[in-house]
Design a binder for this molecule. Sequence first.
Ligand code: ADE
Length: 234
Amino acid sequence: MRLDILTLFPEMFSSLEHSIVGRAQNSGKINVNFHNFRDFATNSQKHVDDMPYGGGQGMLLMPQPIFDTLASFPHEKARVLMMDPAGRRFDQKFAEELAKEEQLVFLCGHYEGFDERIKTLVTDEVSLGDYVLTGGEVAACVMIDATVRLIPDVLGKKASHEDDSFSSGLLEYPQYTRPEEFRGLKVPEVLMSGHHENIRKWRLSESLRKTLRLRPDLLEKYELTDEERKILTT
Ligand code: ADE
């Protein structure tokens, strides 16, 4: 997958050099390119923002540097994602959709926002959540991390993402590793029983109860099987 990131602050993406995303870069599974759109500003002071017509607070990114930056590299088939708190909410399903693309372009703004005409270049306006960040860089890092780990063979076989919270529509069940008892806190006995069917049932029950407790909104969208309905009503 090719990633192109339009930003005034490429150094904010250093997290992508580490851990799993870093390894994906080193092994060539992803290829990350940065484009500082200040380099494309045509005015003598290299300004990329200006005041809004009609008045108002803050500065807006001007169209020219963004249009020219995007024209400087091939992106005909790319998803062009604008980081914007007013965009579609990013979630696991969106990450799964993006992981299938050949090229993603991330447009990271600062200041109050974007000149509306920049949106003619964009396929998706995307938000990380209902809060305002100082810029789109942190949001893009999160989206890249969540997307890249879903590209085939980026996670090892052992660290499969199929059981992740949200992949199934439920939160993941609790997990334990050694020792069997730590400071008086014991591992549930069923997990050491070797009884696969009982372990499956326990995990399903814990997943359902955890989701009901912490994220009841997820259950509203989830189609319960007969077995799951029974667990929740007993
Ligand atoms: N830029 C500023 N806030 C943002 C958010 N919540 N999501 C995406 N981009 C942003």
